[in-house]
Write a protein that binds this ligand. Structure first.
Ligand code: UTP
Length: 332
């Protein structure tokens, strides 16, 4: 796509996904067998965009190495955001080094199922939106016909239920850079952070045109529950890759098993994603994300996330009871 660069802010701390983000940046957490960033870069590749400005902070080298190794066809410009001062600051940091093209900004923790090619045909700025039940948690837009006439970050009194989902098409990157820079210089923060929404609202107030683009499916990866939910949705959408498995195993679809996974005497799925080289023996694992090289022995897991290389050993209950007894060992 001529005339456009992708900007991916992926420098955030990922507090809500600790302990996983203690050792891995959020963008590299795997869902349904692929890092979140992989889904975003696949989308960008499909759109024909070549230049990608990637803003990194925590574990910057890991993000940069993954991007270069897995997507050699893309032209990366890596930028470090050393202090996490907010999304607006992250985008400013990116535009500070590259702003001669229009920018398609995609947050580093946002996976969508949407017609982004259709969105790029709009000559105006475009903001992707989707209805939400919880408008106080997001940037919210108000519309007049098919034009955005207001934007506000995490409003107490929401003007609509249309949330900004983390994808923005900005035609004039220089203008956004100037607005963000002005806010940073003047110390204009909302909830303690330099917000992208504040700069976009200022552009809107000066007469820039913004159109909404409705997103069919939006997969949030920001917290454990939504990461698991996203894993389920992506597994549903994918054809199951049948492969030879050792005996005494049942794989319940949809599930994903990476390369070299060693499963014995176990029931895997539904909704289990198991990373490369994981070893599972004598276990039941459903609705869970199991990292590469993890080792599970005699465990029953549901709605769980196990980091790469972790080892978990459970056991079986041993009981000796007579007739007409009722015992509930559950609790899940
Ligand atoms: P979030 O608001 O979800 O923040 O950022 P976070 O740090 O990733 O996660 P929590 O809230 O601590 O759990 C949305 C996107 O903006 C990027 C993040 O990397 C994420 O992709 N971001 C946010 C930055 O790049 N820099 C920032 O200063 C803030």
């Amino acid at each position: 796509m001529e005339g456009l660069q992708a900007v991916i802010p992926a420098a955030g701390i990922g507090t809500r996904l600790k302990p996983h983000t203690h050792t891995l940046p959020k963008a590299l957490l795997q869902v349904a067998g692929k890092p979140i960033l992989g889904y975003i870069l696949d989308e960008i590749t499909g759109l024909g965009i070549r230049r990608v400005v990637l803003v990194t902070g925590f574990f910057a080298e890991k993000v940069e190495q993954y991007a270069e190794r897995a997507y050699p066809e893309l032209e990366f410009r890596f930028v470090r955001q050393t202090e996490q001062l907010g999304l607006g600051h992250a985008v400013w940091t990116a535009l500070n080094v590259s702003r001669d093209l229009g920018s398609l900004i995609i947050l580093g923790d946002t996976i969508v199922e949407a017609d982004l090619a259709g969105m790029l045909e709009n000559p105006d700025n475009v903001i992707c939106v989707a209805p939400t039940d919880d408008p106080g948690r997001f940037g919210i837009v108000s519309l007049e016909g098919e034009r955005i006439i207001g934007m506000v970050e995490k409003p107490k009194d929401p003007p609509s239920n249309l949330a900004i989902v983390g994808i923005y098409l900005i035609r004039d990157s220089e203008k956004l850079y100037q607005k963000l820079g002005g806010n940073i210089e003047a110390g204009v923060r909302t909830r303690g952070e330099f917000q992208l929404t504040d700069a976009l609202a200022a552009m809107l107030a000066e007469g820039e045109r913004f159109a909404p683009w409705r997103i069919a499916n939006w997969f949030d990866c920001g917290k454990p529950e939504t990461l698991l939910q996203t894993n389920r949705a992506l597994l549903e959408a994918r054809a199951y890759d049948k492969r030879e498995l050792p005996s005494h195993c049942v794989i319940i679809e949809p599930s994903f098993l990476g390369e070299g996974v060693d499963v014995r005497n176990s029931v895997i799925g539904p909704y289990a994603s198991v990373g490369d080289g994981a070893r599972i023996n004598g276990s039941i694992v459903r609705d869970s994300l199991i990292g590469s090289g993890a080792e599970l022995v005699n465990v029953q897991l549901d709605r769980s996330i196990v980091g790469a290389g972790s080892r978990l050993r459970g056991g079986f209950d041993r009981i000796n009871i007579g007739e007409d007894t009722a015992i509930d060992l559950g609790g899940r």
